[in-house]
Design a binder for this molecule. Sequence first.
Ligand code: BG6
Length: 491
Amino acid sequence: KNQTSCTIVIFGATGDLAKRKLFPSIYNLYTKGELGEHFAVIGAARREWSHETLREKVEDSLKESKIQVNDDLDDFLTHFHYISLNVTSKESYQNLHSLITEVEGKFSIPGNRMFYLAMAPQFFGTIASYLKSEGLTNETGWNRLMIEKPFGHDLPSAKKLNNEIREAFREDEIYRIDHYLGKEMVQNIEVIRFANAIFEPLWSNRYISNVQITSSETLGVEERGGYYDKSGALRDMVQNHILQMVALLAMEPPIRLSTDEIRSEKIKALRALRPISGDQIDQYFVRGQYGPGAVKNQEVPGYRSEPNVDAESNTETFVAGKLLIDNFRWAGVPFYIRTGKRMAEKSTKIVIQFKDMPMNLYYKSNDEVHPNLLIIHIQPEEGISIVLNGEKLDYSPQTTPVKLDYAHNSTDKLNTPEAYEKLLHDAIKGDATNFTHWDEVALSWKYVDEIDNAWQQKKATQFPNYEAGSMGPKESDHLLAQDGFHWWSLD
Ligand code: BG6
């Protein structure tokens, strides 16, 4: 337990992420006995809060997040401390250093320090360099940096940021968060593939015809218009979450389940992504932006009327794409992806479509034999479904699709701190498997930058091109239709 005993310093402790995700996650870890008693949390931000204010906010956040709070709450809160800090002032770091030393003494913590950056990314580099120059990373225990997205805006800015933080932290001390890697069913992709003899032998271009990844949202950009309008769906979702799922689906089996081995296989898969050149862009990628419409029977405005969004914005709120992976396993198998805001439903799922039988014996009616599908439900349902063919229960030699469902957990886990709880737990234990290595980040940016460059060359004159509450622009369907496929519907 000594190794997991640590001080967690949260930069940006007054912000939304701390309130919605981090405090509830830390409490869950505490109440499950994962943190023990030798830990402390230091909230750091610009505002002038007292320790007491922070403790009240933590308590509020637990109530709002609807998790079950036990009678260990008061003890839990005594571990929280607050410091008002100006991230660009040396003195602030000296004060923080004294506070860390004080709480380490108070809770007998052996100098292990976790620095969690939950704030505006333009300060990441500055904070990292002060942490080092003021000796905050300089103790006997371990030092770790947990860092939120966005990790840069494109490859050059990501490199710059990475160089800055690498001045102060080694690669193995940096935990770059992609919260999709904390999701139960995303972690399960590996288990489904590598622990089941009925899947892995089929997992290639010999038996799979295409893979479809959909991550749709019903929400618009909420209060994040300022950020989102400069980012867009390609950077906000594809560069990180979607490409991480692609890597997990496409990677070769690692020789063992260690962080390095898994990461190196993911990196290899990302290296095999075929770059899309500017003149091919329209055959491979589709961008969309929502106009007004109705989402679940509620009228909502178009993207360009959202707060802090340019009235003539050219930013995409939807992306669909066809990715090709040039290696022996995947040559010829398209990986279709799509993600967007203000779509018909909130759902993330992966559909693996298997190839048709070599010959169709059951062609008597107009019905085609249904292809076999493996569906991995990531959210809100968690589980897998398999679509098989069974006999139609009449006198004809016909088939009918039969769906086998396994629901991992039928309760709606949306917006629970689940993913963050797991990721914090892993980081405290020193397990970086479910965090993104720099090489993954760099390869993902390289891929995405080319698409973005192609898009920047020509304005999206057709925007807005999908109605809020729909499944995106019709070009997204053409993307599959040109290959003889279609998106499998969402249920
Ligand atoms: C974040 C994006 O990384 O992921 C958001 O910045 C998006 O725009 C969110 O809404 C989706 O996460 P989840 O867990 O709700 O699918």
